[in-house]
Write a protein that binds this ligand. Structure first.
Ligand code: PGA
Length: 251
């Protein structure tokens, strides 16, 4: 059966020293807890190797927040999937709405990133979600379906099963405005039926679908109680070990 996962997305926050401290704090806090979910922190590239050295990989997974759409070569400033994997990271967030919005990432580039990540044995945490206008004009189900189809539906069923999805309504990210339990559940069920339509129910039932967007200790329980919500991708609340643990223990 599919896994429950709580993953932190630190975004462009913390210096290296602050990041090591935060990773240490989360790692320590997990020692006293029988977590009912896999716990992951996705951190800036510069922090990966150092954070990997201080965490217990049995209790805490490590991920990057992006990777390049090329394997290697003359792409100044980019970080490849093999580079990420060589730090000890096991996950990589791909297609975050901030990458789509500010760095022009398209389904075409994301398709390449997903393939390169999978080839390195990394688990992509693939983000999808509509903007406010699409929520309000009622096209959100079609938008999210298209995001999945365009970037992921040329994968084999075996490869598709290696992906974790994160539904993050853009209007809820960093705004303090969470989707209601019902809005989130409806979308997660829609995502699962979209997957079932292509790969069959068995594959769809195996995929972990996380919710992201102003998820906090106070609302995580209600969200995680929904049948199609398998955890969270956590931004702001992941920057403090106590609030992150408040979400981890919501399972
Ligand atoms: P937030 O961010 O929890 O701060 O809303 C979530 C995300 O962007 O992954």
């Amino acid at each position: 059966m599919r896994k429950n996962i709580v993953a932190g997305n630190w975004k462009m926050n913390t210096t290296l020293q602050e990041g090591i401290q935060l990773a240490n704090d989360v790692n320590e806090a997990l020692k006293g807890v029988d977590a009912k979910c896999d716990v992951v922190i996705c951190v800036p590239f510069t922090h990966l190797a150092s954070v990997n050295a201080v965490i217990d990989p049995e209790k805490l997974g490590l991920g990057a927040e992006n990777c390049a759409d090329h394997l290697k070569g003359a792409y100044t400033g980019e970080v490849s999937a093999p580079m990420v994997a060589s730090t000890g990271a096991k996950y990589v967030i791909l297609g975050h709405s901030e990458r789509r919005q500010y760095y022009g990432e398209t389904s075409e580039t994301l398709k390449e990133k997903v393939k390169l990540a999978l080839a390195e044995g990394l688990t992509p945490i693939f983000c999808i979600g509509e903007v406010l206008e699409e929520r309000e004009n009622g096209t959100y189900n079609d938008v999210v379906k298209a995001q999945i189809e365009e970037a992921l539906f040329d994968l084999s069923a075996d490869d598709f099963k290696k992906i974790v999805l994160a539904y993050e309504p853009v209007w809820a990210i960093g705004t303090g405005k969470t989707a209601t339990d019902e809005q989130a559940q409806d979308m997660h069920a829609h995502i699962r039926s979209t997957i079932a339509g292509k790969y069959g129910k068995e594959v769809a039932d195996e995929i972990s679908i996380l919710y992201g967007g102003s998820c906090k200790p106070g609302n995580a329980k209600g969200l995680f109680a929904q049948p199609d919500i398998d955890g969270g991708l956590i931004g702001g609340a992941a920057l403090d070990a106590e609030s992150f643990m408040g979400i981890v223990t919501a399972f």
